[in-house]
Design a protein around this ligand. Structure first.
Ligand code: ADP
Ligand code: MG
Length: 246
């Protein structure tokens, strides 16, 4: 299978607004594919349709050759579709390792029994510890999430997405709000997963996009105006006009 994801003619309207307009796109297996475009272009809408949080009005989504267009979100996760959110979605009053444990438990069909956290199955906490050991948060596992920096929270969200054992990871602005050092750390982390996990990366930070992406698709007013390499995108007059503003 050379394509982990294939989207055909995906469409979503909100009343009179066409948020995604006949989007056709594929992500090769092992590829980091960036999706860029101005605010309001429809990037988050597309991610939400892919993971099943929003139902498309038309179009088809294939994950590893399977038609998942009408599949409920949890089944898509079971098939290997993971995601992070543009706005963090962590439990602030719980610790780092507890948040990761909850993500592991949710993957296994547990229903977020947050009050069982002391008595919960030890295999969950072992796996959570193992996931954290491979991350930048190893020495922060007992910190309360509320006490983490923004950059640490973004790293935690990534670890929680990895807890679902994704084959394709949908990343909605992982660099948002990060300082230069934190962005560099996130780039390094994502680069470390290269090849192991395919990624569809929505990102505004062009330095990160150019550092990470094998290919880039440009979304403008709900339509993909081009897909190409970093050089092709940088030099495309339509992209410069519509997006880079030069
Ligand atoms: P992006 O992530 O590229 O900034 P979005 O996908 O968030 O863009 O939004 C695309 C367009 O759809 C915007 O015009 C936005 O206002 C609109 N939109 C997004 N979600 C909704 C919704 N739930 N209801 C109505 N309009 C929405
Ligand atoms: Mg968005």
């Amino acid at each position: 299978m050379t394509e982990i994801l294939r989207i055909e003619n995906l469409q979503k309207r909100f009343g009179g607004l066409v948020a995604t307009d006949n989007v056709t796109l594929d992500v090769h297996t092992g590829e980091i594919h960036a999706l860029i475009g101005p605010n309001g272009a429809g990037k988050s809408t597309l991610i939400n349709q892919l993971c099943g949080e929003l139902r498309q009005d038309a179009g088809v989504i294939h994950l590893a050759g399977r038609d998942i267009s009408h599949m409920p979100a949890p089944e898509r996760v079971d098939l290997g579709l993971g995601r992070t959110f543009q706005v963090t979605s962590l439990l602030e009053d719980f610790t780092v390792v507890e948040n990761v444990g909850l993500a592991v438990q949710a993957r296994d069909g547990g229903n977020f029994r947050i009050f069982d956290r002391v008595s919960g199955r030890s295999s969950i906490w072992e796996e959570a510890g193992h996931l954290l050991a491979g991350s930048l948060l190893d020495d922060r596992r007992d910190a309360r999430v509320a006490d983490l920096s923004h950059g640490e929270k973004k790293q935690l969200e990534l670890v929680m997405a990895l807890a679902t054992q994704p084959r394709l990871l949908l990343l909605d602005e992982p660099m948002a709000g990060l300082g230069h050092l934190e962005s560099q750390q996130m780039i390094d982390t994502l680069n470390g997963l290269r090849g192991e996990i395919s990624m569809l990366l929505v990102e505004h930070d062009m330095e990160a996009v150019f550092a990470l992406a094998d290919r880039i698709s440009v979304l403008v007013y709900g339509q993909i105006i081009m897909t190409g390499t970093a050089d092709e995108v940088r030099n495309d007059p339509r992209v410069r006009e519509a997006y880079l503003g030069t």
